[in-house]
Write a protein that binds this ligand. Structure first.
Ligand code: FCB
Length: 453
C-alpha cells in the first residue's frame, strides 16, 4: 500500500461561475465572465455560465452525491457578485443565504467546507472602474471577504483568498483569453500586484475576524529548461519562473518581490502601483498554501521566438510543445513535474503547509448505452499524480491534502462545456449526474487513505 499520512484531507473542488448557473437568481449582479462569455468569439460555441450545472438549485442533491463519493472536504468559491451585486455597498442577504445553506448541508454530511473567495468572477461594476488594475478593487475585496466571513465564519475554518492570481492577471489582462479580455502587459502587472494586495488585505481582515486557517491558491509552473545543460535554456526557464512563480511566491512568503522580477516588470510599467508598505501587507503570514498542478512547462532559448503573450517579456523564448501523452486539453501528462514542484516549494519557501487544491484531467468521456462512464485515462492520471504527491511527502514535503478538479463536469472557461474534468459526469440537457469510474476509484482511495502498491 501507498499510505498517506493520517488526517490527510481528501476532497474535490469547483468554482462558482463554472457550476452554479442561477445567473440572475437571488439578486446576483453581472460579473466579468457574464460579459466576456456574451462577447462573440470569446468562449467556445458561445457557451455561458447562465445555467452551468444548475448547482444553485441542485446544491443539496450535489452535496448528497459528494457524501456518496466519500469526500471529506469540498472546495467551492463564493461568487462576489452574488454578495455585492454592484461590487460595493452592503451585502446582499439572499446571496449570503445560498452559501449559508450550502455550508450547513456540507457540515450536516460531515464534509469540510473550504472556501475560496475569488475564483475569477469579478463584479462587472468593479471592472468598469478599472478592475484589478485599480487599487480600489483590492480594498473592496478585503471588505467583501469580511462580509462573507461574518456570515459563514462560525462554520468555515479554512479560507483561501484567491484562486490562481496569475491566470486572473495574465490571462485576463495580458493574453486576453479570459475575462475581462484585455491585452495590455502593463495592466496585467498592475492587476497582479493588486490581486496580491487584495489577498494580503483580505488575509488581515480574516485574521482580525478570527478565521483559523487562511491561505491562497497559486498555480505555479514546474518550469524546466529543454536542455538542462544549455545555459541559455536555463536562463530562459528562470525568466518564465520569475513571472509565473516568484512574482507571487516571494511577496507572499518572503515579503518582497525579487529584484530580477521587478526589473523585468519595469520593461512594461513604472510600477507606480507598488507603494511603501504593500509588500508587508502581501507578506501577512498564511497558514496554508494551495497549489494547483496540471502539467509541466518546458522552455528553450530561441532567437526570434514570439514568446507567449500570457508571459510578457518572453520574446526569444520558445515554449516547447508537449511530447508524449496529453489530456483532452493538450496538456502534457507528467506526474514527476508535481513531485519536483512540491519539493521546490518545500525547499525555497519552507515552513508553510501545502494542500493540492486542484489536480485532474479532461478527457472525452462518453456514457455507454447502459449509462456507465468508463474513464480509465483519468484514473491513470489521478493515480500517477497521487503517487507523485506521495513521493514528495516521502521526501519531507509538508503536504496536507489533495482535492480533485473537479467534482463534476462544468463550464471550462474559454473552452465552454466541451472539456470534461469531472469525476462525476454532467448531462447538460437533463442535468443528470453520473458517477464516473474515476469517482468510484477515488472513493476507494479515500476509504483506504492510499493506493494499492
Ligand atoms: C484551473 C482553474 C479551474 C479549472 C482548471 C482546469 O486553472 O482554477 O477553474 O478551470 O484550471
Amino acid at each position: 500500500m501507498i499510505q498517506f499520512p493520517e488526517g490527510f484531507v481528501w476532497g474535490a473542488a469547483t468554482a462558482a461561475y463554472q457550476i452554479e448557473g442561477g445567473a440572475r437568481d437571488g439578486g446576483r449582479g453581472p460579473s466579468i465572465w457574464d460579459t466576456f462569455s456574451r462577447t462573440p468569439g470569446k468562449v467556445f460555441a458561445g457557451h455561458t455560465g447562465d445555467v452551468a450545472c444548475d448547482h444553485y438549485h441542485r446544491y443539496a442533491d450535489d452535496v448528497a452525491l459528494m457524501a456518496e463519493l466519500g469526500l471529506r472536504a469540498y472546495r467551492f468559491s463564493v461568487s462576489w457578485p452574488r454578495i455585492r451585486p454592484d461590487g460595493t455597498g452592503p451585502a446582499n442577504p439572499a446571496g449570503l443565504d445560498f452559501y449559508d445553506r450550502l455550508v450547513d448541508e456540507l457540515r450536516g454530511r460531515g464534509i469540510e467546507p473550504i472556501v475560496t473567495l475569488y475564483h475569477w468572477d469579478l463584479p462587472q461594476a468593479l471592472e468598469d472602474r478599472g478592475g484589478w488594475t485599480s487599487r480600489e478593487t483590492a480594498e473592496q475585496f478585503a471588505s467583501y471577504a469580511g462580509a462573507v466571513h461574518a456570515r459563514l465564519g462560525d462554520r468555515v475554518d479554512i479560507w483561501t483568498t484567491l484562486n490562481e492570481p496569475w491566470c486572473a492577471a495574465f490571462l485576463g489582462y495580458a493574453s486576453g483569453i479570459h475575462a475581462p479580455g484585455r491585452q495590455d502587459p502593463a495592466a496585467a502587472f498592475a492587476a497582479a500586484h493588486h490581486l496580491m494586495l487584495g489577498h494580503g488585505l483580505a488575509a488581515q481582515a480574516l485574521r482580525a475576524a478570527g478565521a483559523r486557517t487562511i491561505g491562497l491558491t497559486l498555480n505555479p509552473d514546474s518550469v524546466f529548461p529543454a536542455d538542462p545543460d544549455s545555459q541559455a535554456d536555463v536562463a530562459a526557464a528562470r525568466v518564465v519562473d520569475g513571472v509565473k512563480n516568484r512574482l507571487f511566491f516571494d511577496p507572499v512568503l518572503r515579503g518582497k518581490y525579487p529584484a530580477d522580477v521587478l526589473e523585468h516588470v519595469s520593461r512594461f510599467t513604472d510600477t507606480a502601483f507598488l507603494r511603501d508598505g504593500d509588500e508587508q501587507v502581501i507578506g501577512e503570514p498564511i497558514d496554508l498554501l494551495g497549489v494547483n498542478y496540471y502539467a509541466p512547462t518546458y522552455v528553450r532559448a530561441q532567437a526570434g521566438a514570439p514568446g507567449d503573450p500570457a508571459y510578457p517579456g518572453t520574446e526569444d523564448i520558445a515554449f516547447v510543445p508537449p511530447t508524449g501523452p496529453v489530456t483532452a486539453m493538450g496538456w502534457q501528462i507528467e506526474p514527476a513535474g508535481l513531485t519536483a514542484l512540491l519539493e521546490r516549494i518545500g525547499r525555497d519557501y519552507p515552513g508553510v503547509p501545502i494542500i493540492i487544491t486542484e489536480n485532474g484531467a479532461a478527457f472525452d468521456d462518453r456514457p455507454a448505452p447502459d449509462g456507465r462512464v468508463a474513464d480509465p485515462e483519468r484514473i491513470s492520471y489521478l493515480d500517477g499524480h497521487l503517487r507523485a504527491a506521495h513521493a514528495a511527502i516521502a521526501r519531507g514535503v509538508d503536504l496536507r491534502g489533495y482535492l480533485v478538479w473537479s467534482f463534476l463536469d462544468n463550464f471550462e472557461w474559454a473552452e465552454g462545456y466541451r472539456k470534461r474534468f469531472g469525476i462525476v459526469y454532467t448531462d447538460y440537457d437533463t442535468q443528470r449526474r453520473t458517477i464516473k469510474d474515476s469517482g468510484r476509484w477515488f472513493r476507494e482511495v479515500i476509504r483506504r487513505n492510499g493506493l494499492a502498491e
